[in-house]
Design a protein around this ligand. Structure first.
Ligand code: EPU
Length: 417
């Protein structure tokens, strides 16, 4: 199994190019099940493992997928399988995104229940209740969701809580339902907006009173389209934090600064000097970072997917920072590993109290999930000595060649077998 080895202590400098967003590519790829015509997705993050996984799942269902550079062509004209098996879903929860499109276009879907994962229980009850509101019959047997419907019907559904993939699943399903669907309390993450932009190009009729209320006028069929995936705001935020933690000065290019307002605001509060361009962000870290308090919340507030990385940065701030995780019940798995690197962090329920600045000390550590691995890499970049991160397959799920990109910024980092 591969590991990542880092010799820390070097400020980063230079430019880094951001890839297409994983969490946008996944629902966009699932959306191509809604039409028999080909769809071309540009700027798809080809080397992200989760993208490979969802393509394998769609190929299992009968889709034709091919790459030309970073353009992914998908054609769902011969779907002959309607089951997403446990072995595939267990490796990636976002597999549940095939549920809405399959039941909307083919009237049936069998999808393994994802089960818990490293960051919490993560139920899919809102996906299922929403589909039931659209007229699907849902039963759960032997660990699988069975969904069927002669034809989905437009309905009024209010999400009790904000759910990103739940919103995406229902928008995809409602686009082929008969009549109008009104969805309230929708997630407004840029990735949701991106999949809506794609299916509008495919002929879906979607408007929003404001963005959290969506009105979807179902159509009989959707058609092919071309679409470019938005840049990955979490990858961009991770590199900004790499600049901040190492005392560096870097340009994060090919990103959308407006998608990172909350994270940039925090880094400015920490004393970083940040310049926003149209598609780039320049960050210069101060000599000493100031502490700050942060609470994870749905977009546009501070994202849970940057919480672990920000915690690593706060170990280098002079003073006490608090980090409140409100989205997932168990997203502090990186804390124990950061403590092994001599970070001073105390956990009180869902709040982590980070006492800085502590010089970190390189160690052998274990990645537990995608963003936890990114946090450990950031810690390794500033730690004295060598850090070896095990189970790096977690990082490959969501970052394209992160070690190569960091090496381009002057980090001493390599992948070892
Ligand atoms: N929830 C329910 N019931 C549901 C759905 C969600 O109780 O039916 C709860 C979850 O357990 C969680 C909260 O609602 O406590 C929010 O979960 P959400 O459904 O929004 O998460 P998700 O759609 O499963 C996506 C991203 C995650 C990201 C979260 C929150 C994708 C493929 N995944 O997950 O990304 O953390 O939204 O922003 O879009 C990552 O990239 O590392 C990652 C975990």
């Amino acid at each position: 199994m591969d590991k990542i080895r880092i010799n820390g202590g070097r400020p980063l400098s230079g430019e880094v190019l951001i890839s297409g967003a994983k969490n946008s590519a996944l629902p966009c790829i699932a959306a191509t099940l809604l039409t028999a015509e080909p769809v071309w997705l540009q700027n798809a993050p080809r080397r992200v493992r989760d993208v490979t996984t969802i393509i394998l799942l769609l190929e299992h269902l009968g889709i034709n997928a091919s790459w030309e550079g970073d353009v992914l062509r998908l054609e769902a004209d011969s779907i002959d399988e309607f089951e997403a098996p446990y072995d595939m879903v267990k490796t990636m929860r976002a597999s549940v995104l095939v549920l809405g499109p399959l039941v909307a276009r083919f009237g049936k879907a069998v999808v393994s229940l994802p089960g818990g994962c490293a960051i919490g229980a993560r139920p899919i009850d809102m996906h299922l209740k929403g589909l039931e509101a659209l007229g699907a019959t849902i039963s759960i047997e032997h660990g699988y969701v069975n969904a069927s419907a002669n034809k989905l019907r437009g309905a009024h559904y209010r999400f009790p809580n904000v759910t990103v993939t739940g919103t995406e699943n229902l928008v995809l399903a409602a686009s082929l339902a008969e009549g109008e669907t009104i969805l309230e309390n929708c997630a407004i993450e840029p990735e949701v907006g991106d999949v809506i932009a794609l299916i509008r190009k495919m002929g879906a009729k979607i408007t929003g009173d404001d963005k959290s209320t969506l009105r979807i006028q179902g159509v009989a069929a959707l058609h092919g389209a071309e679409h470019s995936i938005i840049p990955d705001r979490i990858e961009a935020g991770t590199f900004l934090m790499a600049g901040a933690i190492t005392g560096g000065k870097i340009a994060v290019k090919r990103c959308c600064p407006e998608h990172l307002t909350a994270a940039i605001g925090k880094l400015e509060e920490n004393g970083c000097r940040i310049e926003r361009g149209k598609n780039e962000i320049l960050i210069e870290s101060p000599e000493v970072l100031k502490p700050a308090d942060v609470e994870t919340q749905p977009y546009p507030l501070f994202p849970t997917d940057l919480q672990a990385q920000y915690m690593a940065v706060m170990t280098q701030a002079a003073g006490i920072s608090t980090i409140h995780e409100t989205i997932f019940e168990n997203r502090f798995m990186h804390v124990g590993e950061l403590q092994r690197m001599r970070a001073d962090i105390k956990i009180h329920g869902h709040i982590a109290e980070v006492h800085g600045r502590t010089p970190l000390s390189g160690a052998s550590v274990m990645a537990t999930d995608l963003r936890a691995s990114a946090s450990l890499i950031l810690a390794g970049l500033v730690a004295e000595g060598t850090t070896v991160i095990q189970r790096v397959y977690h990082i490959d799920r969501g970052y394209e060649r992160i070690e190569e990109k960091l090496r381009g910024l002057g980090a001493h980092i390599e992948r070892i077998s």
